[in-house]
Write a protein that binds this ligand. Structure first.
Ligand code: HSE
Length: 326
């Protein structure tokens, strides 16, 4: 019998940048992946959900790989794992699916062995893999995070999202890899554009902390990445220019895209108008897309350790039933 327990994790999706805060700001969203992990005689995977099609089911699997990094860091050896995952987070759409897998896999492995690694350590390890702290920080800590990565260590502050804030995302059916969306960015920018973004990122961070929803629209303007990425997402330019005229507080490309994300006042009166505008604009540009209302997720990754003899088969799927969004 294994000396380690079975761990179970629920990890949120995330949006990065929030417009001007490129590689800096992130926010957790109410879309989730669930993972169960335990020691096993052979490595086996049970992957559920449409988003899992095509995910590797051998030791090249990202969850397996990050689990082994955690074990190595903690000085334990568990070469064979049983990994179960259900995810409702769309892949390669700018909603942080890879960050959720990294954070979820690390949290599950850490919980299995009694949580010897701190969340701060997991944040450094996860950021080293992702290369930027915005998505992984949001999935780890929940809420809104502002973070700095020096190549080895990530510093961050977590901000409680304003209570009246809701999010509407429009998710195009096509995939856009982060590598491609980073490849179109310029290597140098002007001081004017740098000041434009520094000032708005600072204002947006302070506005979020102070609950000043009225400042979001002007603070979410960006000159660092969105103008260069707009040609990759048909309809994006129009959405960025006009969504606030249809009731959005602000709008940004979600992470590296192609999803676009509107900040919306929860009790606002123009929510239907905005949703229609997003759908029609995508249609006009010939892009199949779906919309989805989400909330900022205030908790980050949640993990628990379960004694193996307390579990019954099938309870993983029972657990997520009724919790799914999409
Ligand atoms: N900050 C990153 C980017 C997020 O915009 O490229 C995507 O992973």
């Amino acid at each position: 019998m294994s000396m380690y327990g079975r761990s179970r994790v629920k990890v949120p999706a995330s949006t990065a940048n929030l417009g001007p805060g490129f590689d800096t700001l992130g926010m957790a969203l109410s879309l989730y992946a669930w993972i169960e992990m335990e020691e096993s005689a052979d490595t086996v995977f049970h992957l559920y959900g449409d988003e899992m099609a095509g995910v590797a089911t051998d030791k090249s699997n990202l969850l397996y790989q990050v689990a082994q990094m955690v074990f190595a860091e903690a000085g334990v050896e568990i070469p064979e794992l049983s990994i179960t995952m259900y995810s409702e987070i769309p892949l390669t759409r700018g909603l942080g699916s890879s960050a959720s897998a990294i954070v979820g896999g690390m949290a599950a492995a850490n919980a299995m062995i009694g949580s010897p690694l701190s969340l701060a350590k997991l944040f450094d390890m996860a950021t080293a893999l992702e290369k930027h702290p915005d998505n992984v920080g949001a999935s780890l800590f929940g809420g809104i995070i502002t973070a700095v990565w020096d190549g080895e260590h990530a510093d961050y502050i977590r901000i409680e999202p304003p209570r009246d804030l809701e999010v509407l995302v429009v998710i195009p059916q096509f995939e856009l890899s982060t590598t491609k969306a980073r490849g179109v960015l310029p290597l140098e920018i002007t001081v004017g554009d740098a000041v434009h973004n520094i000032s708005r990122t600072s204002l947006l961070t302070a506005a979020m902390a102070a609950g000043r929803l009225d400042l979001i629209g002007r603070a979410m303007q960006d000159r660092l990445h969105q103008p260069y990425r707009a040609p990759l997402v048909p309809g994006m330019e129009k959405l960025l220019a006009e969504a606030t005229g249809h009731g959005a507080l602000g709008i940004a490309l979600s992470g590296a895209g192609p999803t676009l994300l509107c900040m919306v006042e929860r009790n606002g009166s123009r929510k239907e108008e905005l949703e229609l505008f997003l759908k029609q604009t995508m249609e006009e540009h010939g892009i199949p897309a779906r919309t989805c209302w989400l909330l900022p997720c205030t908790s980050g990754v949640v993990s628990e350790l379960i004694e193996t003899n307390q579990m019954q088969n099938g309870s993983f799927l029972d657990m997520i039933k009724g919790e799914k969004q999409l």
